[in-house]
Design a protein around this ligand. Structure first.
Ligand SMILES: [Zn+2]
Length: 380
């Protein structure tokens, strides 16, 4: 359990930044603790918002101390009727214009264009520059790259394909971070059957199974391709979302971070997986890489319904969304044991809190995203 006063002092959060319902200053038994962050400075570095949901997103953010939300991709529409690319980007950027100090947006390519437009690779850098001029704060590459995106001749496009280099070069010139969603949970690359530990999720989304090796590259190959890009473009700041796509193997992610100084991570939709590791391993991982990890939830506000990181798309109440955030605070801030993780569909297990020190929390919750996404220009 962190010391409440210490946390407030060290993070510069105002009085009552954290209220621990039912917890007196003398403490109480862990089972009775309910942890809440009721004010102060948190950046959620990974959310999804469509134009019709801006108002709701801001309400939920206000209710959970989220001062700023990074809309991680230009995806709009309903789940599952989403669309990506320019149409989504210009729609969302217009909708969030009045809220520049609350929401920022990544530009996202529609990788289908690489298959349908023979000039896509030539046009892509200018598409990015146009988006940045219109307000994009970064570029996010969806997981289709490397996994399913094909070129005009029907060939799979690898993440380190040289035809993409002009895009990364332009991002470097524009001085924006480039985020990658690489691969997916390891279980999605394992056979699609009831033995799979993510069977509930795969049953709901059969299209998330990448087990067929005649169609999809193995997961290790995707990580290798992404690392090749990070290594080659040393002056670019990369963000590998969902704990590098490999929260099952923190040792390997740690090796990437050790070797590649221009790589950062976000925690989106991976508290369940993170919490599967012994709490001491999680604590040490976040402590060692405290300057490289950003808090993110993957809370998605689609047109017709919302998704809490993973799981069903429904109209969650403010209270349900508060519960979702609270579990995150509990994981990061306390040493409570064996509680439910925020994305039950990902698997039926309990997690332990890692009780990060206040100075580490303030970096993960605020400083790192502020620096990486250069948010001082809007947050002052
Ligand atoms: Zn996401």
């Amino acid at each position: 359990m962190i010391n409440r006063r210490d946390f407030i002092r060290k993070t510069g959060m105002g009085a009552a930044a954290i209220s621990l319902a039912g917890l007196t200053d003398c403490g109480t038994s862990p089972a009775k603790q309910e942890i809440r962050m009721t004010g102060g400075k948190v950046i959620d570095a990974h959310i999804h918002v469509t134009p019709v949901k801006v108002k709701k997103a801001l309400e939920v953010m206000d209710d959970n101390s989220v001062r700023y939300g990074v809309v991680i991709a230009s995806i709009s529409g309903d789940d599952p009727n989403q669309y990506v690319g320019d149409k989504a980007f210009y729609e969302i950027i217009e909708a969030i214009k009045p809220f520049k100090n609350r929401l920022g947006l990544h530009y996202t390519y529609d990788w289908d264009l690489a298959g349908t437009d023979p000039d896509f690779f030539k046009k892509a850098p200018d598409m990015l520059e146009k988006a940045v001029n219109a307000g994009a704060i970064a570029l996010k590459n969806l997981k289709q790259l490397g996994l399913t995106a094909r070129d005009h001749e029907g060939k799979l496009i690898s993440i380190d394909d040289p035809r993409l280099f002009p895009i990364w070069e332009r991002a470097e010139k524009l001085a924006i971070p480039v985020a990658f969603h690489t691969a997916d949970p390891v279980a999605f690359f394992k056979p699609w059957n009831s033995e799979n530990e993510r069977w509930d999720e795969l049953k709901l989304h059969p299209e998330w199974s990448f087990a067929d090796q005649s169609k999809y590259p193995p997961i290790e190959k995707l990580f290798e391709q992404a690392c090749n890009v990070y290594r080659k473009f040393k002056n670019l700041q990369f963000v590998s979302v969902h704990v590098g796509g490999y929260s099952e193997n923190l040792k390997e992610v740690g090796r990437w971070l050790d070797e590649i100084p221009n790589l950062a991570l976000d925690t989106a939709a991976r508290i369940g997986e993170l919490g599967k590791h012994p709490a001491s391993e999680g604590h040490d991982f976040f402590t060692k890489y405290q300057d490289r990890i950003m808090f993110g939830t993957d809370l998605a506000f689609w047109n017709g319904c919302d998704v809490q990181g993973a799981g069903p798309c429904k109209d969650f109440t403010l209270e349900e969304d508060r519960k979702f955030y609270d579990i995150h605070w509990r994981y990061f801030q306390t040493k409570d044991i064996q509680f439910d993780h925020p994305t039950p569909i990902q698997g039926n297990w309990k997690i332990d809190g890692i009780g990060l020190e206040p100075e580490v929390l303030s970096k993960v919750y605020w400083d790192n995203a502020l620096r990486i996404y250069k948010l001082d220009r809007v947050l002052g």
